[in-house]
Design a protein around this ligand. Structure first.
Ligand SMILES: C[S@@+](CC[C@H](N)C(=O)[O-])C[C@H]1O[C@@H](n2cnc3c(N)ncnc32)[C@H](O)[C@@H]1O
Length: 359
């Protein structure tokens, strides 16, 4: 028998759509995974690029400075980190930006975070009056704006659908006191059907993952970009070809787990999915943003000079530090590790298009 704590507001024997279920177990303000635990690092549940490598964050910093230059070095410029986790990336950005005084003077940095616990951790980690925490983007009124997020989009719950005899059905979970979890399908709503049919990317798909909440977040961001100019860069674990099956993953202690173990550990397990980058591209294009080539993390970081930078840094490092850097570089760049699995997309509104890292 499995006990499901009512603390998630979950009820037995009721249908719940996949996205609503994920929202409750990850983001319930008291019991949710992201409300109770700092999940990153080797002792956490998963490792992200900024939490293993300052070099990664430094390269993102260099890219942000170069993008500001490509946009004509505006005197007023805004950066928004989406889902900053424990604040590791922005902490390094602040240090890196000190080497570029004109850029630093022009730039305001905002952190956009949903989890109260992570916001606290960011505030402990970063002590700078240059950073402002925001819950919406209303205070950004002037100057181009660049939004960027590492593993932000894959943390936003998705909906799942499947075609049966050419009719679209939405996947739901049912929680049962005795048997645990099962899944079932119900007819999709008219609204969801028309949204899904709107995207060519889904044309030949039998199984569909639709990031309804994620697109709601992006709608607001795109409006801001369209008004002020600038762009959005997202880095995530994702794919280009159609997968046609569920990509949901539950992760605990740096290990993947099956759905049954997930339901025995609600609130202690992270749930993510693989991001459909062609869908993101279609979304941005339909909103009249231009999109650079979608590239792998390896391609992007190498184009931005990560290997050259590592060589310079290694000259003043101890042998132990050099070995550690080699190890993290391998994690970031190896094609079976983050190198190829993670992709980078940049969508923008500007007359300029010679942004670095994508060609
Ligand atoms: C997988 S973590 C990545 C953290 C960090 N970017 C990194 O690479 O280490 C996802 C982050 O996005 C945040 N997040 C998820 N959904 C969000 C939303 N709708 N609005 C703001 N932050 C969100 C989470 O709380 C968390 O900080």
């Amino acid at each position: 028998m499995i006990e499901y704590p009512g603390k998630f507001n979950l009820k037995f024997d009721r249908l719940i759509a996949v996205d609503e279920f994920i929202e409750k177990v990850l983001y319930h303000p008291k019991a949710g995974y992201y409300s109770k635990k700092i999940p990153f690092g080797s002792r956490g549940d998963f490792i992200t690029a900024p939490t293993i490598s300052n070099l990664f964050s430094e390269i993102i910093g260099i890219w942000l400075v170069s993008t500001w230059e490509k946009l004509g070095s505006p005197e007023r410029f805004n950066l928004v980190e989406l889902g900053p986790g424990d604040g590791s990336l922005s902490k390094v950005l602040l240090r890196t930006f000190k080497n570029f005084p004109k850029f630093n003077k022009s730039t305001k940095i905002y952190l956009y975070e949903k989890s109260g616990l992570l916001k606290k951790s960011q505030k402990n980690n970063i002590n700078s009056s240059k950073i402002k925490w925001i819950n919406n983007f209303n205070s950004i009124k002037k100057g181009p704006v660049i939004f960027f997020g590492n593993e932000f989009f894959d943390a936003i719950p998705i909906k799942q659908f499947s075609y049966f005899k050419s009719q679209l059905f939405e996947k739901h979970f049912i929680l049962n006191r005795e048997s645990g979890l099962s899944e079932t399908y119900r007819k999709a709503s008219k609204d969801d059907i028309s949204k899904i049919k709107y995207y060519k990317t889904f044309k030949n798909s039998k199984f569909i993952e639709y990031p309804k909440s994620g697109f709601r977040e992006l709608e607001v961001i795109v409006k801001k970009i369209s008004k002020l100019s600038g762009g959005i860069m997202l880095i995530d674990y994702g794919y280009l070809d159609t997968i046609n099956s569920s990509t949901l993953q539950a992760v605990m202690g740096n290990k993947k787990m099956n759905m049954i173990s997930l339901f025995k550990n609600l609130g202690k397990v992270d749930i993510t999915y693989l991001v459909n980058f062609n869908l993101l591209k279609e979304f941005f294009t339909k909103k009249d943003l231009k999109v650079k080539n979608i590239v792998s993390q390896k391609f992007f970081l190498e184009k931005m000079g990560i290997l050259e930078r590592a060589k310079i840094l290694s000259k003043t490092m101890t042998h132990k530090e050099q070995n550690y850097m080699k190890l993290t570089l391998m994690r970031l760049l190896h094609k079976n590790l983050m190198g190829d699995l993670f992709k980078v997309i940049f969508a923008y509104k500007s007359n300029r298009n010679n942004f670095l890292g994508f060609e």
